[in-house]
Every structure is written in C-alpha cells, then in structure tokens.
Design a protein around this ligand. Structure first.
Ligand code: ATP
Length: 333
C-alpha cells in the first residue's frame, strides 16, 4: 500500500502545544421545541482526560455528536486542531475517534472479521491492515476473542470491540459516550486500564457519564453540564477538595479516648463546626474553612480545650457531593 495513506501506529502523540486541541465557543443546538445545548464554551488541551458529567438529558450526547461532526450547531463554533467541524468535517474526522453509547452487532461475523471490515473501510490494505488489526486486538485484549461471533460477546467484550474499532485509524482525540455504562466491576477495571494506557500514549480523551464515580479515578479534568449549560470546568482533585465556588466544606472524623459526647458539646460552642454524625468512639464533624491553616488552628484548639483526641482524619469530599452542591447552588442562583 501507498505509505502516505498509512496512519501512524498506535504510538504516542508527540505534540503538547499550549494551544487548545478543542475549542467550543458559544455552541447552541436547537431541536424542535428544545434547546439541548444552550451556549457552551470550553477548551480541551492535548493529553487531558476529561470527564463529561451530566444527568440524563443534560446535553452530553448532543455536544459529543457535534464535536464528532455527526451533528451541526444551530449557533456557535467548534474546532479541533484549528479545523472547524462544520467547514472541514473530513479533516476533523481524521483526528477524532467516536465511540457511541451503543453499537450494532452483525450476525455471522467474528471479532476479527468485524475489525478487518472496518480497517478496510478506513482504507488500510494488505500487510498494513493485518498489522493494524493485530495491534488493536492486542491493545484491547481482543486476540483471545478473534474467532468469537459478535453476537456471543458479553457487554464488556463488546465494548472493548467498539473501543478497538475506534482505535483503528489511530485518532488523536477520542470521544467516548457513556463507555462504562452497564459494565461489571471487572470490565470497568479493564476499561479504566485502557484509558490509562491511551493517556500515557499522549491521547486526549473526552468521556461522558451520568455516574460521577465511574469517571472520578480516570479523569484529570471535569466538565459538568446541566440543562444544556456548563456548570463546572476544572481540576478533578480541586473539586474533590471542595475549593470550587462552594468554599471549603470538609468532613473530619474525630476519635476520642473517652466521652464521645464531649465532641458534640465542644462543636456546639465553636463556630464553624457542625456535627454530621455521632459514633461510639467519636464523631464526624463538618467544618467550614477557607484554608488549611484554619483547620490546623481549630484542631489545636480542640486538643487545647481538653478533648482526648487519639485520631482524626480529613475526608475528601466525594465528587458526587461536589456535583450535587453545584447543581443546588446553580438552582438557587
Ligand atoms: P442521556 O444520558 O440520557 O443520553 P444526554 O445528556 O446525552 O442524556 P442528550 O441526548 O444530548 O442528553 O439530550 C439533550 C436534550 O435534547 C434532551 O431533552 C433530549 O430529549 C433532546 N434531544 C436530543 N436529541 C434530540 C433529537 N434528535 N430531537 C429532539 N430532541 C432531542
């Protein structure tokens, strides 16, 4: 085959330019009677693994389909590597891999035949095609399933096949719509592992879910969408720590050597502290603080006031809690 048409192998994507890979500007999408997306703006940089979170109907699939050139914004622009998705869809498609939330199965087709069929559709020929199909099967752990009929695959295996199909042309930017939905814990672990490996290879990933905990561990950046609007875009760890717009609201577990009720008495006399729950050997307290120094000072005071603290632990806020807070704050505004 002509080497100029051969996509590069599944190797790392070298560029780490500071310029965003994806730019989304003032994007709206009006369906008859409903705005699915209402003026969203965000950038995605090369190498990021972005979790795109929102409830059912929030506008995730609509946004992703527009990024993947499968739908067109009613207003606004999306560009990928400076290529406009509406003006230059063919160029954008070379850069983008799209994994839909469900895929059709073909009766009487094996895993190998399916991948080989799509490799042909991507224009791969001869030895190059055989090599690419094998690379993808190895990467997505499909080699042991090469001769398995497609309609005899489990949900997790089918998802890996869909993943493999997306990787055939070695795209730089991967858009995955609800990839972890319906997977059992083992398949979810395997999926997380694939995401990690692709991220290590420099790929940029954009992964949607309506379940935060599915994405919490694998994403470095979180983008929350609610009612067609972006309500948070930022670092996943920062969000967990609670330093987003909500201020710092953390839970601290205190264990004491005697009289656990003394903790509640102490909390009632000290501003900023509230009792979340009492336990046999202590309590969980919530504390409003702007900086770690004030937590340290408060703990020193607690001990100075005579509480027999033998253990304490600061709980990071769960991403779920952060998301719920965010939606609450938004609806109050
Ligand atoms: P889910 O997790 O349920 O897939 P989502 O966040 O992906 O939800 P979208 O599928 O983008 O949400 O839908 C956003 C809104 O747009 C919903 O109100 C939906 O009913 C509406 N919508 C989506 N596609 C169409 C369409 N083709 N025609 C009319 N309305 C649509």
């Amino acid at each position: 085959m002509d080497s100029t048409t051969t996509p590069p192998p599944l190797t790392s994507t070298s560029s780490t330019s500071a310029e965003p890979l994806v730019r989304v500007r003032d994007v709206h999408r009006l369906f008859p009677n409903v705005y699915a997306v209402k003026g969203i703006n965000f950038d995605i940089h090369r190498g990021q693994v972005v979790g795109f979170i929102g409830a059912n109907g929030a506008g995730k699939t609509t946004t992703m389909r527009m990024m993947a050139t499968l739908d067109v914004p009613t207003r606004g622009q999306i560009s990928i590597a400076n290529e406009d998705v509406v003006q230059r869809p063919a160029q954008v498609r070379r850069l983008v891999g799209w994994m839909p939330d469900n895929y059709g199965t073909y009766a009487n087709m094996t895993v190998f035949e399916y991948l080989d069929f799509f490799a042909r559709a991507y224009g791969l020929k001869g030895k190059d095609r055989a090599q690419r199909v094998q690379e993808v099967m190895d990467f997505a752990d499909l080699t042991p399933l090469a001769d398995r009929m497609m309609n005899a695959l489990s949900k997790g295996m089918g998802q890996r096949l869909c993943f493999g199909r997306m990787l055939l042309p070695d795209p730089e930017f991967l858009i995955l719509d609800e990839p972890a939905a319906g997977l059992d814990p083992k398949a979810r672990m395997e999926f997380k592992n694939l995401v990690r490996l692709l991220s290590q290879r420099g790929k940029t990933l954009f992964i949607s879910s309506h379940i935060l905990s599915e994405l919490g561990e694998m994403c470095d950046t979180m983008l929350f969408i609610d009612g067609g609007k972006i309500v948070y875009h930022g670092d996943a760890n920062e969000l967990r720590k609670g330093s987003a717009a909500n201020g710092t609201r953390m839970a601290i577990d205190i264990v004491v050597a005697d009289r656990p009720e003394a903790i509640s008495e102490w909390a009632s006399m000290n501003p900023g502290w509230t009792v979340v729950e009492t336990r046999r050997d202590g309590a969980r307290l919530a504390f409003e603080a702007d900086d770690p120094q004030s937590i340290a000072a408060a703990l020193r005071k607690m001990i100075g006031d005579g509480l027999s603290v033998i253990d304490f632990h600061r709980e990071e806020r769960r991403l779920e809690d952060a998301f719920v807070d965010m939606i609450k704050d938004k609806s109050k505004a």
